[in-house]
Design a protein around this ligand. Structure first.
Ligand code: ZN
Length: 122
């Protein structure tokens, strides 16, 4: 009984945080209109989602190959670094929270990137 009450409370708190993040996003959309130049990964697909292993280690040198729209709270970038590829995830908070997944060779990196763009991975 005590455990279910605790879980309900935590779920309620999590929903409150999601609602708060949505409100922040709406404010940001009003302040900076979306240029519609980059893809917007869907927030939820309702299907199976692959969870990537995100870590703080960044590649020494990398260039941006592709990216998602910066109008969202979470921005993803596909980075190339010395023949391998990583995905950088940035939560646009203050301060920003940055994490990296990979490295992969080009083909698996492209596959992971497509999963990100379709909302099937995060
Ligand atoms: Zn946008």
């Amino acid at each position: 009984m005590l455990i279910s009450v605790d879980v309900e409370k935590r779920c309620h708190n999590a929903m409150g945080r999601v609602a708060a993040m949505t409100e922040v996003l709406d404010v940001e959309l009003d302040a900076w209109p979306c240029p519609q130049l980059a893809p917007h990964p869907p927030a939820r697909t309702g299907g199976r989602v692959t969870c990537l292993d995100w870590a703080a280690e960044s590649p020494a040198r990398a260039r941006v190959v592709d990216y998602t729209c910066s109008c969202r709270v979470i921005v993803y970038e596909l980075l190339a670094s010395g023949g391998t590829y990583v995905i950088r995830r940035t939560h646009q908070t203050v301060p920003p929270r940055v994490a990296y997944a990979g490295p992969w060779l080009r083909r698996p990196a492209d596959r992971m990137w497509m999963l990100i763009l379709t909302g099937e991975a995060r």
